[in-house]
Design a protein around this ligand. Structure first.
Ligand code: HEC
Length: 205
């Protein structure tokens, strides 16, 4: 009896949902068209961002879980976009990195025309320092990131690559491609690497 009631209730809920919410087969073209029409006044250099690139299309087509061959192809093409620091050094200034991690400035409508450098907005998704209590949890906590890795030089390189293009390590990462999509410069990425990997950084205290 109880289970009948539960399934009746579930059925009533389902019946109350609009038809589009009951089906998972909304055409991606329809979604693209709706998104495009929602931003009629997008600045010219903003428009390309309203359409998915090849990587995003592949990830969407496979609900972010592509078969190994496609995942590998994504990782390979994204890896080819990484530019390394000309001086071969991966650690910049962690103080500047902390300011960048805090800043969500850049690439929003209200930021056109830009008046200062873009930020990385890392706190929107990650915990980084004990001092900052306001952070998102979409990504894992990065507290003690360098300390847990014994501040190894090869890990500094890995972090640089992760920030430059997170799709190399995880084909359908939800993290923005800060270097490949020109959100941050090479020097800014080095400053953020220092925030994670320097023994003096508040991330590792
Ligand atoms: C929109 C949310 C989002 C933002 C913004 C974001 N990240 Fe991430 N990040 C994630 C998610 C989700 C993961 C876990 C999946 C993955 O590894 O891609 C992750 C993973 C990571 C990892 C790997 C963690 C590990 O297990 O080794 C590092 C390092 C990292 N992020 C650093 C950063 C830094 C630094 C910034 C700011 C420049 C940043 N992230 C901005 C969502 C985000």
């Amino acid at each position: 009896m109880r289970s009948t009631l539960v399934s009746l209730a579930a059925f009533a809920l389902l019946a109350a949902l609009p038809a589009w919410a009951q089906t998972s087969t909304i055409s991606p073209d329809r979604i693209d068209a709706v998104i495009k029409s929602a931003f009629p006044n997008a600045p010219e250099d903003f428009k390309s961002r309203l359409l998915p690139d090849a990587t995003m299309k592949d990830c969407t087509a496979h609900a972010n879980n592509p078969p190994p061959a496609i995942a590998e192809a994504i990782q390979k093409s994204e890896a080819a976009t990484i530019q390394y620091p000309p001086d071969g050094k991966f650690l910049g200034d962690w103080r500047k990195g902390e300011a960048l991690a805090q800043s969500g400035y850049g690439l929003r409508f209200s930021d056109y025309p830009p008046t200062r450098a873009n930020g990385g907005n890392c706190y929107a998704c990650h915990q980084l320092t004990r001092q900052e209590l306001s952070y998102g949890t979409v990504g894992p906590s990065l507290l003690e990131y360098g300390k847990l890795r014994d501040f190894k030089a090869e890990d500094a390189k890995t972090v640089y690559e992760k920030i430059y293009d997170p799709h190399v390590a995880l084909a359908c990462s939800l993290m923005p491609r800060f270097g490949s999509n020109k959100v941050l410069t090479i020097d800014q990425i080095k400053d953020i690497v220092a925030l994670l990997m320097s023994p003096d950084s508040p991330v590792n205290k």
